[in-house]
Design a protein around this ligand. Structure first.
Ligand code: ZN
Length: 326
């Protein structure tokens, strides 16, 4: 028998699903699962549920003859790093200042490091994705809202207490749509699943049955495919919904390019699979809302890691955290 492989458990907590993987030091995913997030109302319930999932993976890691040495978790923020304290997370069903990292560490016997979900995804891109060899990068992940990551000189920029990178809450229109965060006209009120839903709710004419049902049941995840099918079957008026998305995103990325002069902007998350419906117009908008030199030198790319960047990046965070302690 050779030496046992060290692994970390990477966990990516989303609004409705949790992705979790057992990952080796070279980035190989040895085992992974996607589990629907049950209805949890208190932070303690969430900590209990995540901990039992992590313990399953710990047991699986042993079964696969590996040595799990740590846990990395990406969770919807705002999150104070590295303490792992949530600050009124708008996408989780509870509020206040919650020491979630401590809660989980009290329940399992492995060291836990926790970061904003978009930050762990950004770390995944830097390690094994579009960010390899890139020093200055902006990462955007589209889902219910928008997650953001900022990389400056090869390092994720976290801000003073770890709350930086909330690109989804960058103001696009300060008179605009109300956002879950309490502000108005944030980028994610236009360029996200919630944004698509809001554009449909503002549609002047009556909506067809399938769209009405999706909105009524809050099944926003089905909206992109429904809109795509309609446009492809000739109902071109629905392109307008994507155009609102595209324009807001272009204005947002244009501002980010002016602020950070990045080499690359990486688009990820479920909505990035529909880029043919918004990206051409977004690219035009970027060029009219940023300095030409900066925009010309910046690549806009769709992530190739699909939905694994979060677990890969969370595991990477756990490995580097452990190394720094040795
Ligand atoms: Zn907001």
């Amino acid at each position: 028998m050779g030496e046992k492989v060290e692994t970390c458990i990477g966990c990516d907590i989303g609004g409705s699903y949790v992705k979790i993987g057992l990952i080796s030091r070279n980035g190989t995913i040895l085992y992974q699962r996607t589990v629907p997030l049950p209805p949890l109302t208190t932070p303690e319930e969430m900590a209990d549920w995540i901990s039992s999932l992590l313990l399953n993976f710990y047991t699986m890691g042993k079964k696969l003859h590996t040595v799990p040495i740590g846990v990395g978790i990406g969770i919807p923020g705002p999150l104070q790093y590295p303490e792992g304290i949530l600050h009124d997370p708008p996408n989780l069903p509870f509020s206040g200042e919650i020491p979630m990292r401590q809660f989980i560490e009290e329940r399992i016997s492995l060291p836990v490091i926790m970061d904003n979900d978009a930050t762990t995804q950004t770390l995944g891109e830097l390690w094994l994705g579009e960010g390899i060899g890139i020093k200055n990068l902006i990462y955007l992940s589209f889902g219910t809202g928008i997650g953001g990551g900022i990389v400056i000189d090869g390092k994720v920029y976290r801000g003073t207490i770890g709350l930086a990178g909330e690109i989804g809450h960058m103001t696009i229109d300060y008179h605009g749509r109300p956002c879950l965060c309490g502000a108005r006209g944030c980028l994610e009120t236009y360029a996200s699943l919630n944004g698509l839903a809001q554009s449909l709710l503002e549609w002047k004419d009556p909506l067809p049955h399938d769209l009405t049902m999706a909105l009524r049941s809050k099944d926003y995840g089905s909206l992109p495919a429904l809109l795509k099918d309609k446009i492809e079957s000739g109902e071109v008026q629905w392109q307008r919904i994507w155009d609102i998305f595209a324009d807001a995103l272009g204005a947002g990325i244009g501002s980010l390019i002016n602020l950070f002069n990045p080499q690359k902007v990486v688009l990820s998350g479920g909505l990035s699979y529909y880029s043919n419906l918004f990206l051409p117009r977004t690219l035009e908008k970027i060029h009219t809302s940023s300095f030409r030199g900066a925009a010309k030198g910046c690549l806009i790319r769709i992530s190739k890691l699909k939905n694994t960047s979060g677990i890969i990046g969370a595991a990477h965070l756990a490995f580097t955290w452990e190394e720094n302690k040795r």
